[in-house]
Design a protein around this ligand. Structure first.
Ligand SMILES: Nc1ncnc2c1ncn2[C@@H]1O[C@H](COP(=O)(O)OP(=O)(O)OP(=O)(O)O)[C@@H](O)[C@H]1O
Length: 362
């Protein structure tokens, strides 16, 4: 499934203000499984081996290899890759559910790798929340008590946690089901309980590990829209793992593509589609409808002497599909303008070449 025009427009409409300080900053992160794993990141020779060679030589698997990235406040940051590319390991390293082998993960000015048990417990209880594919709901507890479970562990009194739980139950659209038990709910509804539970403690960062993979396509689409809606409402920073490109494009402000433990490219959806870093990414994005992802910035051209410059104006970040009607109706080039400055022009030819799928890309 590809994102619809409205969904893309919705995403474009959620810029988050930021002072430029990342919420999470990852540098040189490695996770190597196997004997004497520590020696791998330090050895130029071992780092140069393929996965297979490394396994044969050392018995080790480098699940995450020398990854760097920053997550901005309020951003939906997607980690995407095929099965076995290292997505889960990477994201579990961020909260130290898996101990990284090397590298740095800075959160609130501190390297999470240096955190002692107490700090780590505090981070997991009040700063981070996870939503997994398997909902992990407690079967003998009602929805409201499942949602309030984390608050109970934190020591919050019954009345207060029930009040908070009911608030988030409403937020995720489960009002009326507060007193149901998990097995009385559909898969999609159970995942809404999982979402509510993750939101209840008002965390700084929500981590999603393929949360919707087990849901059927229509419910999955609903849940994706739900995440977009919740993100609009609560503006939380989210790190979302998926192996599904259309899900990544629909949800992600930026997408990090992994292959064999390495980062292949990290960028916005239009950057991945407009300028794929290599053949691997190019192959990944080749079926994406370009008009729904590329913006005018990618297709505009410099005006020439004979071009009329009295056409309508549009911003460079308008998605091609949304600009099509304006451009085709204008009978003269549309000016792409940012902060009063003419960046370029777009005419019928540029639009049609993308919509017809002929535009060249990188
Ligand atoms: N505990 C472990 N011990 C040894 N190797 C592991 C361990 N956990 C993961 N791996 C290996 O690390 C690599 C990355 O696995 P990971 O589960 O992170 O990938 P993934 O992209 O999340 O895949 P999937 O989408 O199938 O979950 C794989 O080759 C996997 O076999």
């Amino acid at each position: 499934m590809t994102p619809t025009q409205t969904e893309v427009a919705q995403r474009r409409g959620t810029p988050e203000e930021s002072d430029g300080t990342p919420v999470i900053s990852v540098r040189g992160l490695w996770k190597v499984f196997g004997p004497k794993a520590d020696r791998v990141p330090d050895s130029e020779e071992l780092c140069g081996l393929t996965r297979r060679e490394l396994m044969d030589r050392t018995g080790c698997t480098a699940a995450v290899r020398d990854i760097d990235f920053d997550v901005a406040p309020g951003e939906v940051f997607v980690v995407m890759g095929l099965s076995g590319s290292g997505k889960s390991t990477l994201v579990r390293c961020l909260t130290r559910l898996i101990e990284p082998t090397a590298g740095e993960i800075v959160f609130e000015g501190q390297d999470i790798r240096q955190a002692d048990d107490r700090r780590l417990r505090d981070l997991r209880r009040s700063k981070f929340s996870m939503v997994f594919q398997h909902f992990g709901l407690l079967p003998h507890r009602r929805v409201v008590d499942n949602v309030g479970f984390g608050l109970e562990i934190r020591g919050m009194g019954r009345a207060e946690r029930t009040r908070r739980a009911l608030e988030v139950v409403e937020l995720v659209g489960l009002s009326g089901y507060e007193n149901s038990y998990p097995d009385q709910l559909s898969g999609g509804m159970q995942q809404r309980v999982g979402l509510a539970r993750a939101l209840a403690g008002d965390p700084d960062v929500l981590f999603f590990d393929e949360p919707f993979s087990a849901l059927d396509p229509l419910i999955r689409r609903d849940m994706q829209n739900e995440v977009i809606r919740l993100h609009h409402e609560v503006g939380k920073t989210m790190v979302f793992i998926t192996h599904d490109l259309s899900e990544a494009l629909k949800l992600g402000d930026r997408i990090l593509i992994m292959r064999d433990g390495r980062m292949v490219q990290c960028g916005t959806g239009d950057e991945l589609v407009g300028a794929p870093a290599d053949d691997y990414v190019r192959e990944f994005v080749k079926d994406v409808p370009r008009g729904e992802v590329l913006t005018l910035r990618w297709i505009m051209r410099a005006p020439e002497d004979e071009d009329a410059l009295d056409g309508p104006e549009l911003g460079p970040d308008v998605v091609v599909r949304e600009a099509t009607r304006t451009v085709l109706a204008a009978h003269r080039p549309v000016k792409v303008v940012e902060n009063g400055k003419l960046l370029g022009i777009v005419g019928d030819e540029e639009i049609l070449s993308v919509v017809a799928g002929q535009e060249g890309g990188a």
